[in-house]
Write a protein that binds this ligand. Structure first.
Ligand code: NAD
Ligand code: 2YG
Ligand code: MG
Length: 259
């Protein structure tokens, strides 16, 4: 799995505010509004314990501090434990955390200890970025392209199918593309025979995965993938409405889903 870096998380509050403005421009709702519409929940200052985890590649600088800023931004009462790992979990529960947030290299989870609900970052991220595109006010089209059908992209594609979109899919991994075609009924997209899209969802760990030939003027691109899927030059040339943020939107989706 591609891991976040401290650099990705620099100025997380500013990144979150900019993403909130972009979501508002695209959907008419801010991130809280999209989460509320999606899950039918709203935070009531629930206490969130953020537990740093040292296993595998270890602590990522800015990760726990960013989760602290993000949870506060969305109206939770959060704290980061002094201790990591099992001792940190114990500390969080002893300090009356109602929701635990913690991540190792494979799983980033939110666990609500009051109601037992648990959420995984990857599907929650895919679903919220798909929901944002599905609410876009710019186009009546029901055609959407999903690039990258992995742990984030597949649940995103499934969400579009569920909402009645005509979903085109592409993944560099042919086996994964075949699996998605047969499981979800998505239409395979062939990059060597391109067409324009006004809505694109991208979830890959690679740059420049969206070629010029598929971008229409005023296209909405929703992408949790890091690094960014299109160049600044193409973004400007086609007046692309870009929704992209490294941690906060997906975390909000996780938290609202366990309330
Ligand atoms: P994954 O490895 O499960 O899936 C990525 C998929 O992209 C793979 O199936 C791979 O074959 C495909 N791919 C790679 N290069 C491609 C290309 N050029 N064209 C088409 N497909 C290509 O990874 P994931 O867990 O789904 O994560 C995807 C990205 O999203 C990563 O960059 C990850 O760090 C990021 N992510 C961001 C957030 C967030 O909140 N912004 C949250 C979770 C994950
Ligand atoms: O507690 C810590 O500091 C670390 N154990 C956190 C590890 C997180 C690893 N996961 C990732 O970097 C992401 N791919 C998942 C986070 C979602 C936002 N992109
Ligand atoms: Mg995010």
């Amino acid at each position: 799995m591609a891991l976040l870096t401290p650099e990705d998380l620099k100025n997380i509050n500013r990144q979150l505010q900019e993403a909130d403005s972009a979501v508002l421009r695209v959907t008419g709702l801010d991130i809280k509004g999209v989460c509320k519409a999606l899950y039918g929940t709203s935070p009531c200052s629930e206490k969130v314990g953020i537990v740093p985890v040292t296993s595998g590649n270890g602590i990522i600088g800015n990760f726990s501090a960013s989760l602290h800023a993000i949870t506060q931004y969305f109206g939770f009462d959060s704290f980061v434990t002094d201790m990591p790992d099992v001792s940190g979990y114990y500390e969080a529960v002893r300090n009356e955390a109602e929701i635990i947030l913690m991540a190792d290299d494979h799983t980033f989870l939110a666990h609500n200890l009051n109601n037992g609900k648990i959420a995984n970052n990857q599907p929650c991220t895919g679903i919220i970025y798909a929901e944002i595109i599905s609410r876009n006010l710019k186009t009546e089209s029901k055609d959407v392209l999903v690039v990258g059908l992995g742990k984030v992209g597949f649940p995103g594609a499934a969400h579009f199918v569920h909402k009645g979109f005509r979903v085109y899919g592409y993944d560099a991994d042919k086996a994964l593309l075949e699996k998605t075609i047969s499981n979800l009924g998505v239409i395979p997209f062939d990059p060597s025979n391109p067409r324009k899209f006004s809505m694109i969802f991208e979830a890959t760990p690679c740059a420049n995965t969206i070629p010029e030939a598929i971008i229409s003027e005023d296209c909405v691109i929703s992408t949790p993938g890091i690094p960014c899927a299109i160049s600044e030059e193409l973004r400007k040339k086609y007046n692309v409405q870009l929704v992209m943020e490294p941690l906060g939107i997906g975390t909000a989706s996780m938290l609202y889903s366990v309330l």
